[in-house]
Design a protein around this ligand. Structure first.
Ligand SMILES: CCCCCCCCCCCCCCCC(=O)SCCNC(=O)CCNC(=O)[C@H](O)C(C)(C)COP(=O)(O)OP(=O)(O)OC[C@H]1O[C@@H](n2cnc3c(N)ncnc32)[C@H](O)[C@@H]1OP(=O)(O)O
Length: 144
């Protein structure tokens, strides 16, 4: 089965808000990890694959002040069976600015059942009664 691999990439911007503060005036590392995780996770949509984060290794290279725009750049590095390897950087001061954070991730492909079996019933019911959500999930299952 042919699958997109190298060359699959996305860019994104994340603005650090006051609510994201950890140390005074600085972004909390967990929030920056979330921004990296979200950006890396969006790569899986380009592969038309439903996948969850199995591993996320994050390096915090420079402090990121509140109100900073984090310029994110993520790409798939390899696909092997159900395993999707990807990497991302977050730069400050512009898309070519210095790297403040970076992450390497391993996402694992799952079936829709992963969510149905493990999610809270109320939210699963709401998702299943949302025609857009169901159509998207079925599209993945029919054309993985
Ligand atoms: C109707 C409703 C509609 C719903 C429509 C859904 C829409 C689409 C939603 C998208 C959602 C996005 C979400 C965003 C990103 C999160 O935020 S995801 C949330 C955080 N992550 C999680 O909750 C994952 C929790 N972990 C798990 O559930 C299970 O560990 C996993 C990841 C499914 C893997 O379990 P498994 O399927 O039993 O797979 P397993 O055989 O253990 O591992 C498969 C392979 O991966 C390797 N592996 C697994 N974990 C690791 C690890 N941590 N480190 C290294 N290797 C690993 C294994 O060694 C194995 O390798 P091989 O032997 O094949 O070489």
């Amino acid at each position: 089965m042919a699958r997109a691999g190298e060359g699959v990439s996305v860019t994104a911007e994340f603005t650090v808000q006051p609510a994201h503060q950890g140390a005074p005036g600085l972004a909390h590392g967990g929030v920056l990890a979330t921004a990296l995780d979200e950006t890396l996770g969006s790569l899986n949509w380009l592969l038309r694959t439903i996948a969850v984060t199995g591993r996320l290794e994050t390096d915090f290279v420079r402090p990121v002040p509140v109100d900073t725009v984090l310029h994110l750049d993520a790409r798939i590095t390899a696909v092997h069976g159900r395993k999707i390897y990807s990497t991302a950087t977050g730069r400050i001061g512009g898309p070519e600015g210095p790297v403040a954070v970076r992450a390497d991730a391993l996402f694992i492909e799952v079936k829709v059942d992963h969510f149905i079996d493990n999610g809270r019933p109320a939210e699963i019911r709401a998702a299943m009664s949302d025609p857009d959500q169901v159509r998207r999930a079925r599209a993945f299952e029919v054309n993985p």
